[in-house]
Design a protein around this ligand. Structure first.
Ligand SMILES: [Zn+2]
Length: 65
Protein backbone atom coordinates (compact mmCIF):
# COMPACT_ATOMS: atom_id res chain seq x y z
CA UNK A 1 0.00 0.00 0.00
CA UNK A 2 1.19 3.48 -0.82
CA UNK A 3 2.13 5.65 2.10
CA UNK A 4 2.87 2.87 4.53
CA UNK A 5 6.27 3.95 5.67
CA UNK A 6 8.44 2.06 8.07
CA UNK A 7 12.00 2.33 9.23
CA UNK A 8 14.62 0.33 11.07
CA UNK A 9 13.82 0.00 14.78
CA UNK A 10 10.18 0.96 14.34
CA UNK A 11 7.68 -0.92 16.45
CA UNK A 12 4.76 -2.25 14.44
CA UNK A 13 1.50 -4.09 14.87
CA UNK A 14 0.73 -6.95 12.47
CA UNK A 15 -2.68 -8.11 11.25
CA UNK A 16 -2.18 -11.36 13.13
CA UNK A 17 -0.57 -11.45 16.57
CA UNK A 18 2.28 -13.85 17.29
CA UNK A 19 1.12 -17.17 18.82
CA UNK A 20 2.63 -16.04 22.14
CA UNK A 21 -0.17 -13.44 22.35
CA UNK A 22 1.92 -10.34 21.70
CA UNK A 23 1.17 -8.09 18.75
CA UNK A 24 4.12 -5.78 18.97
CA UNK A 25 7.14 -6.28 16.76
CA UNK A 26 10.37 -4.41 16.23
CA UNK A 27 11.99 -4.07 12.81
CA UNK A 28 15.54 -5.25 13.31
CA UNK A 29 16.68 -5.64 9.71
CA UNK A 30 15.71 -3.87 6.51
CA UNK A 31 16.39 -5.07 2.99
CA UNK A 32 14.68 -7.15 0.32
CA UNK A 33 13.54 -9.12 3.35
CA UNK A 34 12.46 -7.58 6.62
CA UNK A 35 13.38 -9.15 9.94
CA UNK A 36 11.03 -8.43 12.80
CA UNK A 37 11.35 -9.47 16.43
CA UNK A 38 8.42 -10.22 18.69
CA UNK A 39 8.57 -7.91 21.71
CA UNK A 40 6.87 -10.54 23.85
CA UNK A 41 9.08 -13.60 23.40
CA UNK A 42 12.04 -12.21 21.37
CA UNK A 43 11.36 -14.67 18.55
CA UNK A 44 12.39 -13.20 15.19
CA UNK A 45 11.09 -13.91 11.71
CA UNK A 46 12.28 -12.99 8.24
CA UNK A 47 9.56 -11.88 5.81
CA UNK A 48 9.85 -10.76 2.17
CA UNK A 49 9.22 -7.01 2.04
CA UNK A 50 6.02 -7.29 -0.04
CA UNK A 51 4.55 -9.79 2.43
CA UNK A 52 5.53 -7.59 5.35
CA UNK A 53 3.75 -4.61 3.77
CA UNK A 54 0.63 -6.76 3.32
CA UNK A 55 0.71 -8.20 6.84
CA UNK A 56 1.64 -5.08 8.75
CA UNK A 57 -1.31 -3.27 10.27
CA UNK A 58 0.24 -0.09 11.58
CA UNK A 59 3.37 1.53 12.93
CA UNK A 60 3.11 1.97 16.69
CA UNK A 61 6.38 3.76 17.33
CA UNK A 62 8.17 5.39 14.43
CA UNK A 63 11.88 5.88 14.47
CA UNK A 64 11.66 8.54 11.77
CA UNK A 65 12.91 11.97 12.82
ZN1 LIG B 1 6.07 -13.85 20.52
Amino acid sequence: MEGKEFFLNDEVEMKKPHPCGTNRWKIIRMGADIRIKCMGCQHSVLIPRRDFVKKMKKVLVSNQE
